[in-house]
Design a binder for this molecule. Structure first.
Ligand code: COA
Length: 338
């Protein structure tokens, strides 16, 4: 566990972007494949449709597009970017997909790497990026959250397939002398409960040479104990957010926007009600995209910024949570141009 920490030197959130696949699959269409229906999915999750990467698109394309939009909003020269972190659990290359994005962006002075923490990935990547900025070793970072869970969902398992979708989002953050955008953060893991939600390797062993086997590189579809994950989220997210608000002496009434990982509308509503945050301040685009894992937070942020809901100077209370189990929270001010 990394304990929460005050950020003394300034970090400014100056750009965001997002990108989603063209193909939309609605609840009725899923009902043609598994025994489910629009009414059940909407009432239990808030999801109406999700996007799925098709054969003319790729995760790297979406991530590149999202990053480019964030860089343009920030008005940066790509050569001034020091670091690109891609939060993903579904890379196109297990050795890492971030360098390909760096090359697509022609950000030749940036180092690029992947970070895996499932649906907490974007938040963990943001905190990781902030350490380079706080230490003064870097000045400009692009943090991307992008996932293609459609590759790993069992589309015949109605308990999971209705929840997930594909997408990408990104933020551009930089050191700032005057404004400190990141007030504070906290991150946690509990691997003992990892079995509640995983995308684990298949234990297939093949003969290698006489007397030796090797493990085949192969993964099983996503497995989830929905109720356990739900209970974990509605318990831990209010705790971690509440501790942060207490630590920085911020009243929940001062929060302009509650920006949670978009997993289930009922989780969003339960967390909001714990802090008496009115629904107008709770950001949600679940109905359009479902749970896009590491992408949900920057995708939602981008939509709210470009839709002129989040404005410069607004305080955002953010929390990511998911497989690992892992969870985290951050309080930040948006300082972008919109
Ligand atoms: N369509 C129709 N019926 C469904 C269904 C579907 N897609 N999925 C499950 N059901 C059925 C179940 O089989 C069960 O039927 P039964 O009572 O005859 O056994 C019934 O609906 C209730 O299932 P249950 O699992 O208790 O529903 P739930 O209210 O817990 O909702 C989730 C299920 C998955 C929506 C909910 O548990 C959830 O959102 N959990 C968190 C998951 C999550 O966010 N994961 C990602 C975290 S990053």
């Amino acid at each position: 566990m990394i304990s929460n920490s005050q950020c003394d030197s300034g970090i400014s959130f100056v750009g965001c972007g997002s990108s989603t696949p063209q193909k939309i699959i609605n609840n009725d269409q899923l009902g043609q494949r598994v025994d489910t229906n629009n009414e059940w999915i909407q009432s239990r999750t808030g999801i109406s449709e999700r996007r799925v990467i098709g054969d003319n698109e790729s995760l790297i394309d979406l991530a590149t597009d999202a990053a480019l939009k964030a860089i343009r909003m920030a008005n940066w020269d790509v050569k001034t970017i020091d670091l690109i972190i891609l939060a993903t659990s579904t890379p196109e290359d297990l050795f890492g997909s971030a360098p390909k994005i760096q090359s697509n962006l022609e950000a030749s002075n940036a180092v690029a790497f992947d970070l895996t923490a499932a649906c907490s990935g974007f938040l963990f990547a943001l905190v990781t990026a902030s350490q380079y900025l706080i230490s003064g070793s870097m000045k400009r970072v692009v943090v991307i959250g992008a996932d293609q869970l459609s590759k790993w969902v069992d589309w015949d398992d109605r308990k999971t397939c209705v929840l997930f979708g594909d997408g990408a989002g990104a933020v551009a953050i930089e050191t700032s002398g005057e404004k400190n955008g990141l007030i504070g953060y906290d991150m946690k893991s509990d691997g003992s409960k990892g079995g509640c939600l995983n995308l684990s390797q298949a234990n297939t062993f093949l003969d290698l040479v006489q007397g030796a086997t090797h493990q085949k590189g192969e993964y099983l579809p996503i497995k989830m104990e929905g109720k356990e994950v739900y209970k974990f989220a509605v318990k831990e997210v209010p705790i971690i957010l509440g501790e942060l608000l207490d630590k920085y002496k911020i009243d929940s009434e001062s929060i302009d926007w509650l920006l949670l990982h978009q997993a289930n509308q009922r989780i969003l509503d339960a967390v909001a009600s714990r802090f008496s945050i009115p629904s107008e301040k709770v950001l949600s685009n679940l109905k359009d995209y479902g749970n896009t894992s590491a992408a949900t937070i920057p995708l939602m942020l981008d939509e709210a910024v470009r839709g002129q809901r989040i404005k410069s100077g607004d305080l955002v209370a953010c929390s990511g949570f998911g497989a690992g189990l892992s969870w985290g929270a951050a309080l930040f001010y948006w300082h972008g141009p919109y």
